[in-house]
Ligand binder design. Structure first.
Ligand SMILES: C[S@@+](CC[C@H](N)C(=O)[O-])C[C@H]1O[C@@H](n2cnc3c(N)ncnc32)[C@H](O)[C@@H]1O
Length: 300
């Protein structure tokens, strides 16, 4: 299977996302004979194998059901095994837009971490682009390589085990975009500049602290990057609710009586649907700093 090519039917060895509720989803690699315990009861892998992605699958001896979904980078970000802090889809969507990623783009990333950003980038740049991703923690680099292979993405990504702050990316004039999610991104700016195409490109650095941003911006400026902008993405969701409000007394009792006769709402209670923002919102995740490297002139 491949995360970047949709297919109809789930087969043994495929990764499926088991959807119980919006808040409860799990990735599962299908193996005939295995059973996955859910809060709705036991789910047999063999009941998923051969079904269409998106189908309802019974579990708990028919007492409950789940949906077996085709994996996407967005679902993977919500369900992946965390080896590090990860970047979520709200920030990923902004960096995809601001880095102008598209099929065919060549991207350099560090660190790979849990591969949340990598999966989204690979889907966007497929089928002709390439992601070079760098991780200095050996087990994380190996695990990421293994996951990309299991997800049918190996031809689109190269994972390198390296400390990019001390040893650089070792790439020159290849990248359309660079994405940094590192504790000290300013140490990777010089080698990110080298990796970007001489025709120019975009860079993004994700950092939770403003002190990291300040140092990175100084470094970007001193290396000739322009249009330096830092933003924070906050996702504000709305719930659709039925709200009951008392009918205002507008002093026209004859009209109220008529509404009641026609089978309308009670004159005292008037129910309507509305979109309501949540009282609590997930707060700060990180700042995204973007910068442009304009075409570099040859100096003789
Ligand atoms: C916050 S995680 C990245 C998470 C990733 N963006 C994701 O969404 O899954 C940061 C990663 O950078 C790696 N890292 C830190 N310093 C590094 C360096 N100098 N060179 C390469 N990787 C580094 C860490 O090992 C860690 O896995």
């Amino acid at each position: 299977m491949s995360f970047v090519r949709y297919k109809e039917t789930a087969e043994e060895g495929d990764v499926v996302i088991i959807y119980l509720t919006h808040e409860s989803m799990f990735p599962l690699t299908l193996e005939a004979g295995r059973i996955f315990q859910t809060r709705f009861g036991a789910l047999r892998h063999s009941d998923i194998i051969g079904t269409r992605f998106g189908s309802k699958v019974l579990c708990g001896g028919g007492r409950g059901y789940v949906y077996a979904l085709h994996p996407t980078p967005e679902l993977w970000t919500l369900t992946l095994p965390h080896r590090t802090q990860i970047v979520y889809t709200t920030d990923i969507s902004m960096l995809t837009l601001q880095l102008d990623l598209k099929p065919g783009s060549v991207v350099v990333e560090s660190g790979t971490g849990s591969g949340s950003v990598s999966h989204a980038v690979i889907r966007t740049i497929a089928p002709t682009g390439h992601l070079y991703t760098f991780e200095f923690h050996q087990q994380r680099a190996e695990k990421a390589r293994e996951e990309f292979s299991d997800h049918g993405l190996s031809s689109l990504v190269t994972v390198t085990h390296r400390n990019v702050c001390t040893d650089g990316f070792g790439l020159s004039d290849v990248a359309d975009a660079v994405f940094l999610d590192l504790p000290s991104p300013w140490e990777a700016v010089a080698s990110a500049k080298l990796a970007l195409k001489k025709a120019g490109g975009r860079l993004c650095s994700f950092s939770p602290c403003v002190e990291q941003i300040q140092r990175t911006c100084d470094k970007l400026r001193s290396h000739g990057f322009c249009d330096i902008t830092t933003i924070e993405c906050l996702l504000r969701t709305f719930d659709v609710r039925s709200i009951a409000l008392p009918e205002p007394d507008l002093g026209r009792p004859d009209t109220c009586a008529q509404t009641q006769q026609e089978g309308g709402e009670s004159a005292e209670n008037f129910t309507f649907k509305s979109a309501v923002p949540p009282k609590d919102m997930p707060g700060h995740t990180g700042f995204l700093t973007f910068a442009t490297l304009y075409p570099q002139m040859e100096t003789s």
